[in-house]
Design a protein around this ligand. Structure first.
Ligand code: AMP
Ligand code: ZN
Length: 476
């Protein structure tokens, strides 16, 4: 088939036309969540945009196979393999076992994805399913001289590569992003950016998940899982690898290092990275513990698809700042759009010429480095176009295979929900203002005022609750 789909490739720093390894097929891999906590809406921005990429590729005719891992072992609080084990941290926080925590947050992740109309990838594989594959790859890396044992652990030796810093021309020092000052340095490492392939260090004795290996009882490092899981399901050649920009270094850099050293040839041709969602205080981060979730948005009365639309309105390669003001605007925009698409009648013949022309315009937007806001503009142009409802309806149906905003199938339900929410906007704004005032009062240690605000809200039938994810409110 004709290749016309262009994306920005982080590897070459250019917008390139995708030429798949196999004609008409795309092998795609997505770094999955670390399941020690809820996904925040920043994480979900990445998954929404990767979902759009997958659906866009299908839309233009590719047969896509997409694989995603679930990180349920091995990810430490610093991406440079130091600090606390994230899964253990979750288990301690919740007085549960690591596997209970993994199951709970994996389910929660897919529940959030469903609410955002994110399709589940064709293959989803938890890291703990693939220990044999990890051991095999590490064994080969040791045999080939790319890895070494030190202090009980197995490390990848980055000095063995001429081009370890494939994504960047920055110096080694500048790239030490994962290493924080408060985390001790791992003195076993021969080079600063060497990374752990297998841990047996006694420091992690309380790690519940341990497996026997040729190097002792222990568990895998974080990076190895993506190399092994992708090869298990997609083979030795991959077309597109996705993740958020924070994955570029060290995670994706390390994935390439170990995969290509193991395979002896180039592994993945295109690297697609989604920029971060930030809040006013900076990057939204799970480890900070204070973040926005889909459930929190729902509790505040927002339809999750409004958040999806918020993400689609901006390009994936630009940082995006979250604010309730913009989300409130988006509620109105979404509502209006859903009302328009919902009112399209299903009578008459589809005008083939108009249909083809609009479909092509929409495809062009997607093929132009997944230009989702341009794709939405095409949708608006269509709704204004001088053609019959049947043609419009058919095109909206097609476009929504990619946008997944529930524009037709779920339009009635979602739009009416939205209308109710629209009517509630004033109330929401008032409650938000009161919550902000109460937060300020608490900050100023004026607890009497804070309580008075809570009571005033209660009198109006609004109960507020302080949770780990922030203040939530409900009608009582
Ligand atoms: P994690 O669960 O921390 O492994 O992250 C899951 C995905 O979310 C990864 O692809 C990250 O790169 C991505 N990610 C993390 N923080 C953000 C953010 N603030 N905005 C967008 N994507 C993010
Ligand atoms: Zn990964």
């Amino acid at each position: 088939m004709e290749n016309k789909f262009k994306i920005y490739n982080t590897l070459t720093k250019q917008v390139e036309t995708i030429k798949p390894n196999e004609d008409g097929k795309i092998a795609m891999y997505t770094c999955g969540p670390t399941v020690y906590h809820f996904a925040h809406i920043g994480n979900l921005r990445s998954y929404i945009m990767e979902d759009v990429l997958e659906k866009s590729l299908r839309f233009v005719g590719y047969d896509v196979k997409r694989v995603m891992n679930i990180t349920d072992v091995g990810h430490l609080s610093s991406d440079a393999d130091t600090g606390e084990d994230k899964m253990l941290k979750g288990a301690k926080r919740e007085h549960k076992t690591v596997m209970e925590v993994a199951k709970f947050y994996t389910d929660a992740f897919f529940a959030d994805c469903a609410k955002l109309n994110i399709k589940t990838p064709d293959v989803v594989e938890p890291a703990t399913n693939c220990i044999d594959e990890f051991i095999n790859m590490i064994t080969v890396l040791l045999e080939k001289g790319y890895a070494y044992q030190a202090g009980g652990n197995v490390y990848f030796d980055t000095s063995k590569l001429n081009d370890y810093y494939v994504f960047s021309s920055q110096s080694e020092k500048e790239l030490l992003v994962g290493v924080r000052d408060d985390v001790e340095e791992d003195t076993n490492k021969r080079n600063k950016n060497d990374f752990v392939l297998w841990f047996t260090k006694s420091k992690f004795e309380d790690q519940a998940l341990k497996w026997d290996s040729p190097w002792g009882v222990g568990y895998p490092g974080w990076h190895i899982e993506c190399s092994c899981i992708s090869m298990k399901h997609l083979g030795e050649y991959m077309d597109i690898h996705c993740g958020g920009v924070d994955n570029i270094f060290p995670h994706h850099t390390n994935e390439i290092a170990q995969s290509e050293s193991y395979l002896g040839h180039k592994w993945c041709n295109y690297w697609f990275h989604v920029h971060h969602l930030n809040d006013k205080s900076g990057k939204m981060s799970k480890s900070k513990g204070d973040f926005l979730t889909v459930s929190l948005l729902e509790e505040k009365g927002y339809n999750p698809l409004v958040y999806r639309m918020f993400c689609l309105q901006s390009h994936y390669r630009k940082p995006l700042e979250f604010s309730y003001e913009v989300l409130d605007q988006m509620v109105k925009t979404y509502d209006k759009l859903a009302r328009k698409t919902r009112s399209l009648k299903n009578d008459g013949e589809v005008d083939k010429q108009v249909y083809d022309a609009f479909r092509l315009k929409f495809e062009d937007a997607l093929c132009n480095d997944v230009n989702t806001s341009m794709a939405i503009t095409v949708l608006y142009d269509l709704l204004k176009a001088d053609t019959n409802d049947a043609t419009k309806r058919k095109l909206v149906e097609d476009f929504d295979q990619v946008l997944s905003l529930g524009l037709l199938s779920a339009a009635d339900e979602k739009a009416s929900e939205q209308e109710t929410n629209g009517a509630d906007n004033e109330l929401t704004a008032y409650v938000e203002e009161m919550i902000a005032k109460r937060a300020q009062a608490k900050k100023e240690k004026d607890f009497a005022k804070a309580d008075a605000i809570r009571n005033e809200l209660l009198e109006k039938g609004i109960a507020i609750k302080d949770t780990r994810e922030g203040v939530v409110w409900e009608r009582v």
